[in-house]
Design a protein around this ligand. Sequence first.
Ligand code: NI
Length: 203
Amino acid sequence: MLAKIRFVLWGLVAAAVGLALGLFVLNDSITAPDGAGRSGLLGGPFSLTRSDGATFTDRDLADAPYAMFFGFTHCPEVCPTTLYEMSGWIDAMGADADRMKFVFVTVDPERDTPELLADYVDSFSDKVIALTGSVEAIDQMKKLYRVYAAKVPLEDGDYTMDHTASVYLMDAKGDFVGTVAFGEGSETAVEKLRKLVGAASGA
Ligand code: NI
């Protein structure tokens, strides 16, 4: 009799463990849509060129969180503003800023050579990594991060670009965790970044 009860109890334990594992797997697939990187919904393998000419790939972003945004050096407002704000966030974070990476990816690879990117980004902060590449590689990058960018012709025959203005926040696993919107207050932005690197808010 006792053996039979024990048998039933172990059966219940096994069922509970099975259920928990099942829920875990199910939960993973449910949370995947806001996640990315590893879940393959945002981010992924890429190979681009850093402003100093070195190759920079997704592997260089592994194991640390990062903030990434897309723009172009001829941008009249959004990009210089974002870069200016970003350099302010980096200063405000102090040593915590070294626990993550800051990345600027051009959506205008035809004009943004590594040299031009270096001059441009370094005037804001030496901690922002600037990336360019072939038109194909940048197109692929835009797809990976679901970024919108399109040329808008100007009257003088030149062009400007419309582009996604949000800064993407990615965790150390390469999963998308949120954004800093254009014009979002500096305090909120820094709070989000501190949270991203696992630092206590306001510490
Ligand atoms: Ni811009």
